[in-house]
Design a protein. Structure first.
Length: 185
């Protein structure tokens, strides 16, 4: 009878540990990688797709990698009061989309110092979205047709110098061929 007691105790501890582990798992947590370019705006997405939650009663907060507040959403209204000065006037939110669970923001005029990890927390449903923003230098510009045409006009004299001898050579060959054909008749 003494042998059964330790085994039952071990089973209870295993069950307790499993329950603690199950209930501590967040509803959702994943990382999204986003690339942005200096001076441009970037969308940081945070969408909670669970229609069973009462979204009016949730508290949403956006933090950067140093735990500085970017935005808080309280009772379906954005609150910029606790916002860190680094983000003042640079965070755009979309209150019309809150009722659909979309708490995404746009970070405007990104700079190299914005290269960081960002966190969107939806409480009390324990939803956590992680966005890794990588900021690169200026976006490479694709030249317009006008710029390509302007470049062509710059090189037109060099092009003419190359084409004139080529055209003369072609004309001479043609003339020789025609002469040979006339003589053979």
């Amino acid at each position: 009878m003494m042998m059964m007691e330790p085994q039952r105790t071990l089973s209870m501890w295993t069950l307790c540990a499993a329950l603690i582990w199950i209930f501590n798992i967040p509803t959702a947590s994943c990382q999204v990688d986003v690339e942005g370019f200096i001076g441009e705006d970037v969308l940081l997405s945070c969408i909670y797709n669970n229609s069973t939650s009462v979204l009016e009663k949730v508290f949403i907060y956006w933090l950067d990698g140093d735990n500085r507040v970017m935005l808080e959403i309280v009772q379906s209204a954005p609150d910029f009061g606790p916002q860190h000065y680094k983000f003042r006037g640079r965070v755009v939110t979309f209150p019309d989309l809150y009722r659909r669970g979309n708490f995404s923001i746009v970070l405007q005029n990104i700079q190299q110092v914005d290269d960081s990890t960002y966190h969107c927390h939806v409480e009390p449903v324990d939803f956590h979205q992680v966005i890794r923003l990588t900021v690169s230098g200026k976006r490479p510009e694709i030249p317009s047709y006008q710029e390509l045409f302007d470049d062509l006009t710059l090189y037109l004299p060099q092009l003419a110098v190359l084409l004139i001898p080529l055209l003369l050579c072609c004309y001479c060959c043609w003339w020789c061929c025609c002469s040979c054909q006339r003589q053979s008749r």
